[in-house]
Design a protein around this ligand. Structure first.
Ligand code: CTP
Ligand code: MG
Length: 179
């Protein structure tokens, strides 16, 4: 059923959706690359990837997974998925942050300034890495939860959710660009 698939897709991806948004709110301070540049003369990652944003984002994503596990018994009729194993909670949250960081690395290598849009990559970087990492560290749960229809739903819904939350964050003045 389509609705069931969509519900599982959003539920299972929430621990990966939250980190980037929390990083926007919590970001600042020392950049991960420490200000260093590569031979190409541009920053390794840039000032937009900070230790604080990454740490708060990861912890927030894990906390969301644990909170969903607490709610799970009451909604298990609607959400047809097993609770998040701790390994999956960590890999979804940290994988999302890592995907975003890798995308910034790619952006800098392709000459894009901090904040520049990278269509496609901006919307899906964190999904791909969060899912890959989860497939590795929580394989059983991953295969049970992310069936092919759920993955298709994730790939369709994520860019839409990402664009709308970022547009809201921009309108509220929390983010410098609407992407
Ligand atoms: N942020 C952070 N640490 C992260 C990710 C994000 O501190 N790991 C914060 C930064 O303050 C960043 C803001 O969230 O400026 C918006 O994130 P994002 O759009 O990913 O970064 P950009 O500043 O646009 O930089 P980039 O071009 O590298 O994506
Ligand atoms: Mg950006």
């Amino acid at each position: 059923m389509v609705l069931e698939t969509v519900v599982v897709a959003i539920w299972a991806m929430l621990p990966a959706y939250i980190p980037n948004n929390v990083a926007v709110l919590a970001g600042g301070g020392r950049p991960i690359d420490g200000g260093r540049t590569l031979d190409d003369g541009t920053r390794i990652l840039g000032d937009g990837k900070t230790w604080r944003g990454t740490a708060f984002g990861t912890v927030a994503g894990i906390a969301v997974a644990l909170a969903l596990n607490q709610i799970h018994p009451f909604v298990s009729d609607i959400v047809v998925a097993e609770p998040f194993p701790i390994a999956a909670a960590v890999s979804l949250a940290f994988g999302a942050m890592l995907g975003d960081i890798l995308a910034s690395f790619l952006k800098r290598r392709t000459g894009r300034q901090r904040g520049a849009a990278f269509p496609g990559i901006d919307q899906l970087d964190f999904v791909v890495v969060a899912l890959l990492l989860t497939a590795i560290v929580a394989t059983g749960w991953f295969l049970e939860t992310f069936t092919l229809p759920v993955i298709v739903a994730v790939l369709i819904l994520t860019p839409l959710l990402h664009l709308s939350t970022n547009a809201i964050a921009y309108a509220l003045g929390l983010k410098d660009e609407p992407w």
